[in-house]
Write a protein that binds this ligand. Structure first.
Ligand SMILES: N[C@@H](CCC(=O)N[C@@H](CS)C(=O)NCC(=O)O)C(=O)O
Length: 200
């Protein structure tokens, strides 16, 4: 199998963390590419018509995307329990919350990086940050007991989302007022899978 991704991609990081946590890391070749909505990598586009990373190219069957499909596939392939049946709806909702944080945080980056400076819409950037901030506050208020339970995909996704906020939006200081989540992340970030996949 081949994973098409980029080192700074937080969606790609979720998949790489799963590869480490499931022990599949040596079964998957990792191809690093650069792609943007204005300059889509052609190999990537033939795997994922949306031109987004990550994509997982398999020996048989169509390429898989997006990251949530790939992580669920890898969990099933490895026979692990990152999507435990007993708490599946909580796990999926927490994963969706993390992906929502990432979508908002990434669109803030794109607004500055991809638009001509005179067309950057500060109101849009602030509205996206409001979404991310609300979600982080909600996780701190409502999800700490889930985060403290056995490892699952909700935890991995939230850790990758917080890592991305540190990487791209450190000045926004998501930790302010979210002490429990800050403490949890400090421990989770020490996992080998997280250290091996830190964005550069
Ligand atoms: N929902 C997708 C989001 C993937 C995504 O937005 N990836 C970004 C990089 S982190 C990308 O490929 N951007 C290029 C583009 O949108 O053309 C997933 O979970 O895989």
């Amino acid at each position: 199998m081949k994973l098409v991704t980029a080192t700074p991609s937080p969606f790609g990081r979720k998949v790489k963390v799963v590869l480490y946590e499931t022990g599949l890391i040596d079964e998957v070749e990792i191809e690093l590419i650069t792609t943007t909505p204005f300059d889509t990598d052609t190999d990537l586009a033939s795997a994922n018509p949306m031109g987004k990373i990550p994509a997982l190219i398999r020996e048989q069957g169509p390429a898989l995307y997006d990251s949530r499909v790939i992580t669920r596939y890898l969990d099933a392939h490895a026979g692990t329990e990152l999507y435990p049946e007993a708490r599946i709806w909580d796990t999926l909702t927490l994963e969706a919350t993390a992906d929502g944080i990432l979508e908002a945080a990434l669109s803030m980056v794109y607004e500055h990086r991809l638009r001509p400076p005179e067309k950057v819409f500060d109101g849009w950037v602030e509205a996206q940050w409001a979404k991310a901030e609300r979600a982080v506050t909600a996780v701190n208020a409502r999800w700490m007991s889930h985060l403290s339970g056995p490892l699952d995909m909700g935890q991995i996704a939230i850790a990758c989302a917080l890592g991305y906020l540190d990487f791209r939006h450190a000045d926004r200081n998501w930790r302010k007022g979210n002490d429990a989540l800050d403490d949890w992340f400090a421990v989770f970030a020490q996992r080998d899978s997280m250290k091996a996949t830190a964005p550069e």
